[in-house]
Design a protein around this ligand. Structure first.
Ligand SMILES: NC(=O)c1ccc[n+]([C@@H]2O[C@H](COP(=O)([O-])OP(=O)(O)OC[C@H]3O[C@@H](n4cnc5c(N)ncnc54)[C@H](OP(=O)(O)O)[C@@H]3O)[C@@H](O)[C@H]2O)c1
Length: 323
């Protein structure tokens, strides 16, 4: 049986990939700082207590595994200082043990001045602080691949998914009395790239199954949904049966005294991603996998818990009216 060590299993990519791998017969180990934080859906997996910052902890937890799934994502505002060191530890262990490491990368490594459609061979030329760090993380992994690790880097758009801690979708879409409100940080017609986390996780699981056939550093792209805010609003409306109002992202949230200031800073650094279309060409992924997992957007929004489905609302109202 294959075994994967998942770092960052409580949320986001780590949680979804652990779930996807369990469903395909993998054994999962988690490295957790707080063992009590293990999500209920993963009870029964092997838990190692420790920190991803400690090479001894990671080496101990990784002994005998086939792969490391790297889902750790230090919270803002510590992300800039901790993201590369956290990955460095896992990369060093993957090198020495000759393991495959799966890394969820993103589109911030590209420069929109270079065009709007990017494949894996496009030059990496980040134009933001976050993007530069992403590039450093990918460079570190390329180095690891030359030192004996196998790397699978999967570049995606912004995550949509339940337990997606730092996903934008939950910050921009909120239920209101008559339906939903969708905040748009860029023009309503801007086409943004989104990725359904369960689909991304199943894709990572499929790639892991093919790991022996892949090059030492295997970069792939997951094209996901390319949606304008109008299209996203329509998908919310289809899923919920409710009206959706589009509102510009409020300027008051950019106030330095606002409690939402980390979000505002993030928005400033990433503003270009809400103004330029960055389409991730996935031809390479389609050449390797027979089928790329894809859930229709309205279903993905429901599964992510962002939208209550129309049928449930009807049931709720008929219950209220008859009681
Ligand atoms: N979010 C997106 O839209 C998106 C899109 C593309 C790529 N990515 C990439 O995907 C990766 C994971 O992001 P995510 O959004 O899935 O993360 P997330 O939902 O924020 O989850 C972060 C995970 O990292 C763990 N963690 C935080 N700080 C840690 C530390 N210092 N050491 C060990 N674990 C730590 C957390 O564990 P605790 O519960 O213990 O804190 C949690 O399990 C990141 O590299 C991110 O750049 C994200």
């Amino acid at each position: 049986m294959n075994t994967a060590l998942v770092i960052g299993v409580t949320d986001g990519f780590g949680l979804h990939t652990a779930t996807a791998l369990l469903a395909t017969g993998w054994r999962i180990r988690a490295l957790l700082r707080e063992p009590d934080a293990l999500p209920a859906c993963l009870h029964g997996i092997d838990v190692f207590t420790g920190s991803s910052a400690s090479i001894d902890d990671v080496r101990h937890a990784a002994a005998g595994v086939d792969a490391i799934v790297f889902g750790a994502n230090p919270p803002h505002p510590r992300w800039h200082a901790q993201a590369v060191p956290a990955l460095d530890t896992a990369a060093a262990v993957a090198e020495t043990l000759g393991l495959t490491l799966v890394f969820p990368a993103n589109q911030q490594v590209y420069d929109p001045e270079d065009g709007s459609v990017f494949d894996e061979s496009a030059r990496l030329h980040p134009i933001s602080r976050n993007g530069s760090i992403q590039q450093r993380m990918e460079s570190r992994l390329e180095l690891a691949s030359r030192r004996g690790a196998r790397i699978i880097a999967l570049r995606t758009g912004d995550f949509i998914g339940a337990h997606s801690g730092c996903g934008w979708s939950g910050a921009l879409l909120k239920p209101v009395r008559r339906g939903y409100r969708l905040l748009h940080p860029g023009p309503t017609g801007h086409v943004h790239t989104w990725a359904n986390l369960p689909d991304v996780a199943r894709t990572a699981s499929c790639l892991l199954a093919r790991r022996e056939e892949l090059p030492g550093f295997a970069a792939f792209q997951f094209s996901g949904y390319r949606s304008s805010f109008w299209q996203l609003a329509e998908a919310v409306s289809v899923a919920s049966g409710k009206a959706v109002e589009l509102r510009p992202f409020p300027r008051r949230l950019l106030n330095p005294l606002s409690p939402a200031v980390p979000l505002a800073r993030e928005l400033g650094d990433m503003r270009y991603l809400w103004e330029h279309d960055i389409h991730l060409n996935d031809d390479r992924l389609r050449a390797v996998l027979d089928e790329v997992p894809h859930t229709p957007l309205p279903q993905a929004l429901i599964a992510a818990g962002l939208v209550v489905p129309a049928v449930e609302r009807r049931l709720h109202w008929s219950y209220v009216q008859t009681t």
